[in-house]
Structures are given as structure tokens and as C-alpha cells.
Design a protein. Structure first.
Ligand SMILES: O=C(O)CCC(=O)C(=O)O
Ligand SMILES: [Fe+2]
Length: 363
């Protein structure tokens, strides 16, 4: 198995050598690892970086998905207004009673675990090179531009409008086809509730964003135990590019959300999905709903896995703020029009440095 150890000097700008970086999983499993290689070390965290737990009065909102199909109109309008508040105040919410059986969630986690357990050589077959490649597996965030590496391995697959999947391990394809289909239906219902919450027709976003050809990308992130978690990061602060991200995790916490000027730890709720509003919902709503920065920290005890699915417009949709949501003279359109696929290229070709890609399209 030919691998290049990450402690070897990294040649910035030399993409080919960086693409050969060993997975963090292999590194973490190497015997006697008591400290992390220097390539993964961030400077000690500042006090501003310390995260807090969300409190009783101000914690991540919880949306009861079953209420969307309630025959009682008061219950439906209550969940739509809860959704509006969650999108406005947090940009993040938990979804419970979503109808996906626990056995299906577990089968998905197991299938991804088997993928990450493949040999380095097997995984390299699925490495991909370009941001729009339908299957990409790798490590860090964007190794060709990251100044410091992230303690994370990943697999990204485009599951809609065409469905792609690695040919290994056996059974992955069936599990992902089913899982991504259920999440797409969940997203459709949430986007219809979000349209209503903005005073638009329920089908507005679906039509305007050409969601029958929606770009849906499924990611599996693996964060193995890290001997010095305070010095490393699993994922840098970033916002997500799509309309919504719907994330499942394996019960181990690590996600932190920027809220009220602080990093807030998200404690997983068993069986719940975590949903956040992405850059294109912020653009579409002219900033009424924000796409919030978040990051992943690591721990020294257990492997964490998160499986977000980004639900975006169709790649060729040119997204601009919705006319009805642009108030006029004092509040004109705040974002330039851009094709979704061009935005993706822009985001993935730049190092983030703790910033949101949205800064580039703000007027
Ligand atoms: O691991 C997590 O919880 C965060 C993952 C994430 O933000 C992403 O993949 O965009
Ligand atoms: Fe994210």
C-alpha cells in the first residue's frame, strides 16, 4: 500500500504530492500515536474560540416534522412559524419525528463505516479531482489549498439529478439510493414550509430553483480519535453552499455553530436530523434567512461520523433574491446573480480562512 506520510514536508501549490496524503484514519490507527504531526497543528485556541453549551432559554430549535402532515391547520401553521423563527434566529434546527426508521439510519452509518474500512488503495480509486466530479473521497477540507490539514476523511457523492455511488463496498449503492431518496422528500416538505413562512406559495422554491434537477450531494465525514484534540480541527468554519443541509450523525458530538457571537456545541439528539439553511437560501431570501458559520471539532475518545446531504438548486439555475423579498429603496437586492455551479467552483477553489463564500457575492 503506497502512502505518503503526512509528516513529510508538504509542498504548497504542488497538488499531486498533496493528493497522496494518507487518510487520517490510517494515521490515527498507526501504533504509538501520542501527538499529531505538525501539518495538522493550529495555533492554540483563543478565548473567543472556546465553545459554550446551548442553554435552556436559547437552544437549537426542534421542529416536529410530523406536524407538516397534520390535518389540523393550526398545527401546520404553528410548525411553519416555528420554522420561520428557527431559520431567522439560528439558521439551524433539529428535526424529529421525520419518519425514517432507526434501522435505516443505522444501515447507512454501517455502510459508510465499511467504505472507510476499505484499504487506502481501494479508496484511491474514488479520489476524484474536480469539485464537480460525481464521486470524491479524500482527506482534510481542500488539501490543495489548506494551509493546515484538517483531522477528517470524507466521501462525497452526487446522488441527484443522477445517482452516483462507489462500486465498493458491496451493498453501499442500495443503502445510499434509499437514504438519499428519503432525505430528498424531507427537503421538499421543508422547502415548502419555508416558502410558506416567507409568504410565498408552498411550491415556490421548488419551481424557482428547478428542484426536479436539484443538485444533491451526500457527504460522509469521518473524524477518528485525535491524541491532541485541542490543537486540531475536523473542519474549518464555513457555511454550506446549498439551500438546505440535512445531517445525520453517529451520536458523537463535535459540530459547533456560530450563534450570538459564540461557538455553540450542538449536542446530538438521538435519531434526529440536524438541518441548516445554506448560502443559496440566504441569497434567495435576500438575507432574511442567514447561512450560518459552523465547524467541527475532534475528540480523543471516539470516532465521530457525520453524514450531511446538501440540497441545492439545479446546477444551471441562476439564483438572485426573490423580487417579493426585496423591499425597495432602503433594502435593495443584496447579492449578485450567479449560476449555482459557478458559485460551487468559486467556493471549492479557495481556502476559506474562516470566511463564508457569501462575502464574494454580497453587493
Ligand atoms: O461534521 C459535521 O458535523 C459538520 C459537517 C459539515 O459542516 C459539512 O460537511 O459541511
Ligand atoms: Fe457544513
Amino acid at each position: 500500500m503506497a502512502t505518503v506520510c503526512p509528516v513529510a514536508p508538504l509542498h504548497h501549490g504542488d497538488n499531486t504530492s498533496r493528493l497522496k496524503i494518507t487518510s487520517v484514519k490510517t494515521l490515527a490507527e498507526s501504533s504509538n500515536l501520542t501527538s499529531i504531526p505538525s501539518g495538522y497543528t493550529f495555533s492554540a485556541s483563543t478565548s473567543d474560540d472556546q465553545a459554550v453549551h446551548s442553554g435552556h432559554d436559547d437552544s437549537i430549535p426542534v421542529i416536529d416534522f410530523s406536524l407538516f402532515s397534520s390535518s389540523n391547520p393550526d398545527r401546520r401553521s404553528k410548525v411553519v412559524s416555528d420554522l420561520a423563527k428557527a431559520c431567522r434566529d439560528w439558521g439551524f434546527f433539529m428535526v424529529i419525528n421525520h419518519g425514517m426508521p432507526e434501522s435505516q439510519m443505522k444501515a447507512t452509518v454501517d455502510a459508510f463505516t465499511r467504505f472507510f474500512d476499505l484499504t487506502e488503495e481501494d479508496k484511491r480509486e474514488f479520489q476524484g479531482k474536480h469539485v464537480l466530479d460525481p464521486i470524491r473521497c479524500g482527506t482534510s477540507f481542500n488539501p490543495s489549498v489548506d494551509k493546515v490539514l484538517f483531522w477528517r476523511d470524507f466521501l462525497k457523492v452526487k446522488v441527484h439529478p443522477e445517482f452516483h455511488c462507489p462500486t465498493k463496498p458491496e451493498g453501499l449503492r442500495e443503502v445510499l439510493a434509499e437514504y438519499s431518496g428519503v432525505v430528498r422528500r424531507l427537503a421538499r416538505e421543508l422547502l415548502s414550509g419555508i416558502s410558506e413562512s416567507l409568504g410565498l406559495e408552498p411550491g415556490y422554491i421548488h419551481e424557482a430553483m428547478d428542484m426536479d434537477s436539484s443538485l444533491q450531494i451526500l457527504t460522509a465525514n469521518l473524524y477518528p480519535p485525535c491524541p491532541q484534540p485541542e490543537l486540531a480541527l475536523g473542519m474549518p468554519p464555513h457555511s454550506d453552499h446549498g439551500l438546505l443541509t440535512i445531517l445525520m450523525q453517529n451520536g458523537i458530538g463535535g459540530l459547533q455553530v456560530r450563534h450570538g457571537g459564540k461557538w455553540v456545541n450542538v449536542d446530538p439528539i438521538p435519531k434526529a436530523f440536524l438541518v441548516n439553511t445554506g448560502d443559496h437560501l440566504e441569497i434567495m431570501t435576500n438575507g432574511k434567512y442567514k447561512s450560518v458559520l459552523h465547524r467541527a471539532v475532534v475528540n480523543n475518545k471516539a470516532t465521530r461520523m457525520s453524514m450531511p446531504q446538501s440540497i441545492g438548486p439545479s446546477p444551471n439555475t441562476v439564483v438572485t433574491p426573490v423580487e417579493q423579498l426585496v423591499d425597495g429603496e432602503n433594502n435593495g437586492a443584496m447579492y449578485i446573480a450567479m449560476k449555482y455551479k459557478d458559485y460551487l467552483e468559486l467556493q471549492q477553489s479557495n481556502a476559506l480562512d474562516g470566511k463564508s463564500c457569501l462575502d464574494w457575492v454580497k453587493i
